[in-house]
Design a protein around this ligand. Sequence first.
Ligand code: BDR
Ligand code: CA
Length: 312
Amino acid sequence: TTRVILDTDPGIDDSLAILLAVASPEVELAGVTVTSGNCPLADGVRNARNVLALAGRSDIPVCGGVSLPLIRPLYTAPETHGESGVGFARPPESPAPLHRENGVDLIIREILEHPGEVTLVAVAPLTNVAIAVRKEPRIINAVREVIIMGGALRADGNTTSLAEFNFYVDPHAAHIVLESGMPITLLPWDITQHIILTQADVDRLNRISSPITRFIADATRFYIEFHLAAFGFAGCSINDPAALALAFLPDLARTEPMHVAVEYTSELTAGKSVISYIGPATREPDAHDLTGYDTARWPPQWRHAFRPAPNV
Ligand code: BDR
Ligand code: CA
């Protein structure tokens, strides 16, 4: 099994990533950490806790981390994820006791306690990861892999024409993390925008009636309506589960080592990720960037993920 920490801003696709993690026997989910992004921190913590409670996995710690981006004001995405962060879903409040550890400290403690073993899957603005790197640089060499969903390398962004949401919300944090020297696999919006869950997929899933499938249906209905209005197709891109899957199915990805930098000084281009190609501008690679993702092998994993938990 792969020991995973999932850093999130739940978020509809973040919630699906949490469900995929707990439904995958290949994953040992050591903790879910939360920062602000799709919704403010407190809402994200509540959503992560509720999703884990639905899956019968309240034993997994949910720890809120940093509550605001490093420099920029918080920018949330209620039009994409709903006011609550989980679309039309209204899961019951988790009865589990709160975990008091800060998310940043959970990231540091886990990585240092299990050197070379922890895969950090970061599917939110990189604020928690950046602060963890600054607070305890020893994690840079101790982490096994950091899989990041973020950036728009060669494609248009989804938040501005240049920038993808996670890098746009905290470009300074993205800069710190990309420059850190950690072993990074970067799954950009270029790829994930093509990894689509359709209404038909959701309907098929709903033939199994469980609190989890109802949650997925209610959350994704909002997300699919948004995609229809914004992008003109009846489906939603499942960015964050696609990143989580790489923790235990690395062969899904085709990668190339590249140098990626993030623009953080200019207001208009904030969050734009830039690759060095050739010539004097070329710098040492800082990440394995995905240039392909074998979506044909994704659906079986997806069905597997939403096998209802035995105790619901
Ligand atoms: C990313 O931004 C968020 O809205 C999603 O949860 C995902 O992590 C996609 O750009
Ligand atoms: Ca996210």
